[in-house]
Design a protein around this ligand. Structure first.
Ligand SMILES: Cc1cc2nc3c(=O)[nH]c(=O)nc-3n(C[C@H](O)[C@H](O)[C@H](O)COP(=O)(O)OP(=O)(O)OC[C@H]3O[C@@H](n4cnc5c(N)ncnc54)[C@H](O)[C@@H]3O)c2cc1C
Ligand code: FES
Length: 319
């Protein structure tokens, strides 16, 4: 008998419980639901990034013998039509039995601007948890979390999970273009020489030694997270076979992390953020090339929303 692994999903209305602005461009939204299935860091939720339309359905009309042909005006309405994907940035169970989820959103378009406008008590509809998240190594292993820009949120949730599982050998490397674009709360000034120190409050009650890199040098070291990773690994005297790098960020950054960790013999899991229309395997907007030795060509197309968004480094076909 084959056992099929199942995952519980929910689609529900949530209420905003807290709104924070950790930096100029990001909003950190906490929202509560009556319950939420078990979730892992690296998994994401799809958010209807517009007011609940239940009492005002939008209608499109077309002749019955034709395919629907929505006009540009239908797609370019004020509201974001498709749900938008966001990594879970934290999760807590509240004393009253509800689940509180956190997302950190950077306002870049109509959906994220709507999220930016939400106030405590506002409603939003979410579905999830979706995709596959990070797998934890042995508790005694070394973990290095590398997040760049909008890739930072899933690593915050991962830090929460590592903290709860009592991992002690953890270093967090965060990068942003500039000081005012880093979506975390600082508790001290990060070192300018790349030394890891507790200077970032990652989530409520979660802090690990951290290194910050900014492109313009306004916070931490001047440079890229990959510069910080190279420096850290060369000075920390780590055991390659017991060191795991978890990374999320722009694709060029992930490619560089993949090359670095491969050259150093470190384990590596990467969370990729592809364009996602549905988040659940139907629209094919998130296709990504994955290595597959069982195929004649040695690779095939996979779906980032279902097989990922977290992949083992060597599963992704970069070229
Ligand atoms: C798995 C996953 C996790 C993500 N996690 C976060 C997160 O934690 N924080 C965060 O700020 N952003 C995250 N994103 C990106 C976020 O989904 C997009 O910024 C958002 O969908 C933009 O919506 P918009 O309506 O504001 O912008 P739009 O006006 O629709 O588009 C602006 C730009 O955003 C990009 N975009 C639009 N829709 C998507 C989409 N469905 N998927 C990816 N890119 C899109 C397009 O490249 C477009 O050029 C994640 C994306 C994925 C795939
Ligand atoms: S997002 Fe639609 S198939 Fe992956």
């Amino acid at each position: 008998m084959t056992l099929v692994k199942t995952q519980k999903l929910c689609a529900a209305e949530a209420r905003v419980t807290r709104v924070e602005h950790p930096c100029r461009a990001h909003v950190r939204l906490h929202f509560a639901l009556p319950s939420f299935p078990k979730s892992d860091p690296g998994q994401f939720v799809q958010i209807s990034a517009h007011p609940n339309r239940d009492d005002a359905p939008r209608e499109l009309c077309w002749p019955t013998d034709e395919m629907p042909r929505p006009m540009m005006a239908d797609w370019s309405a004020e509201d974001a039509f498709l749900r938008r994907p966001f990594s879970l940035a934290d999760r807590r169970e509240l004393a009253d039995g509800r689940s509180e989820l956190t997302v950190i959103s950077r306002a870049i378009g109509r959906g994220t601007r709507w999220l930016d406008s939400l106030q405590i008590g506002d409603a939003l509809n979410i579905s999830g948890p979706l995709g596959r998240g990070f797998r934890l190594p042995a508790q005694s292993d070394t973990c290095i979390l590398v997040g760049g820009g909008v890739g930072i949120p899933p690593l915050i949730y991962l830090a929460r999970q590592l903290c709860e599982a009592r991992f002690s050998d953890v270093v967090v490397i965060l990068g942003a273009m500039s000081r005012d674009l880093l979506p975390v709360v600082l508790t001290a000034e990060p070192a300018c020489n790349g030394a890891a120190r507790e200077c970032v409050l990652l989530a409520d009650g979660v802090s690990y030694p951290s290194i910050v890199a900014t492109n313009d040098g306004t916070l931490g070291i001047r440079g890229l997270v990959t510069d910080a990773l190279r420096e850290h690994v060369s000075h920390a005297g780590i055991l390659a076979d017991h060191t795991h790098v978890f990374a999320c960020g722009p694709e060029r950054m992930l490619h560089a992390v993949a090359e670095q960790t491969r050259a150093l013999g470190l384990h590596c899991q990467l969370c990729i953020e592809r364009m996602m229309g549905c988040g659940m395997g139907t629209c094919l907007s998130c296709v990504t090339a994955v290595n597959d030795a069982s195929r004649p060509a040695g690779w095939r197309w996979g779906l980032a929303c279902g097989e990922g968004p977290v992949f083992d480094r060597d599963r992704l076909k970069w070229d």
